[in-house]
Design a binder for this molecule. Structure first.
Ligand code: SF4
Length: 72
């Protein structure tokens, strides 16, 4: 983690760091094996989608299942 922060100052100062941690270490691994690269999908999620949006979809799904009387 310290190496990722040292190499990626944007992550080190990011407001989403505690939730994101730079994302998956292998998602954007380079051809030469550098894994200290922020995961762009996770980065996009934290910066533009957010956990609240996912929670809203999940809550709607749970309500729908409950309304139908079935279990998850
Ligand atoms: S959201 Fe992006 S900049 Fe912030 S910690 Fe995650 S990967 Fe780094």
């Amino acid at each position: 983690m310290a190496q990722l922060m040292k190499k990626n100052p944007k992550c080190a100062t990011c407001e989403h760091l505690q939730q994101c941690c730079g994302g998956c270490m292998v998602e954007d691994i380079t051809d030469d094996g550098d894994y200290l690269v922020p995961d762009q999908k996770t980065c996009f999620f934290h910066k533009h989608v957010g956990e609240a949006a996912v929670r809203e979809v999940a809550d709607a799904a749970v309500r729908e299942v409950r309304d139908e009387g079935t279990s998850l």
